[in-house]
Design a binder for this molecule. Sequence first.
Ligand SMILES: Nc1nc2c(ncn2[C@@H]2O[C@H](COP(=O)(O)OP(=O)(O)OP(=O)(O)O)[C@@H](O)[C@H]2O)c(=O)[nH]1
Ligand SMILES: [Mg+2]
Length: 229
Amino acid sequence: MLPTLDEEGALEEIYSRIPLEELKQKGYSSRVVVVDGGSSDNTLSIAHELGCEVINQWGEGKGIGMRQGFERFLESGDDKLVMLDCDGTYHPEEITKMVDGIPNGGIAIGDRLHGNLEADAMTSTNWIGNQLLTWLAVALHGKTINDLCSGFWAFSRDAISRLQLNSMRFEIEAEMYTSCAYLDIPIRHIPISYSKRVGEAKLGSIKDGTSIARKLIIRRIFPTPHEEK
Ligand SMILES: Nc1nc2c(ncn2[C@@H]2O[C@H](COP(=O)(O)OP(=O)(O)OP(=O)(O)O)[C@@H](O)[C@H]2O)c(=O)[nH]1
Ligand SMILES: [Mg+2]
């Protein structure tokens, strides 16, 4: 599952690097689903040309899009789902390693900080913000996580069916973590590579960092959303 908002510069290359053949050899039949948040560039036509399934999400925000992608996944009979940001920062070649790392009934989370974080890949503001938010997450919720804001996750079906989420934007990863902590969903950290983004960031470091912190605090008080999913 590739969440997109104006990612025409990255989508084609990402698609071409997805190890479909390697996954096939491991016995998986895979499909690529683009969840689009209303791109106004050529993202959608590229997705259709490549033969991806496209979900045109209603509403704005990565969180809303991912939750719709999860709903669609649960309606399908699929066993596993891999989500990676579609901005050229994550390495699709590592999908196989992520799938192999999914714990039973749990989730594998790509860990950029103990992996190969390229020198120019993350701004110092985002690095500090991620460290602070990861520390806050563990301080409030107790479950170990190495890289809270990672955009590369691999899920078992069971984990997706249990997650309880209502995030709209970039606080979705933090809420997936708190849901794992509350429901005792197993997490495994997989070291991954992280490169500089292609195209423009949609995340505002201060605004979105604040809403991630707010989400972590709210979920300490109210562990589940009022309205599920
Ligand atoms: N479906 C969907 N995807 C979105 C939306 N907003 C952003 N995205 C995608 O979510 C992914 C993460 O967005 P980024 O802007 O890279 O945010 P980030 O990775 O947290 O921040 P950077 O480190 O600055 O790149 C990218 O693939 C975006 O295209 C949205 O409203 N809907
Ligand atoms: Mg990004």
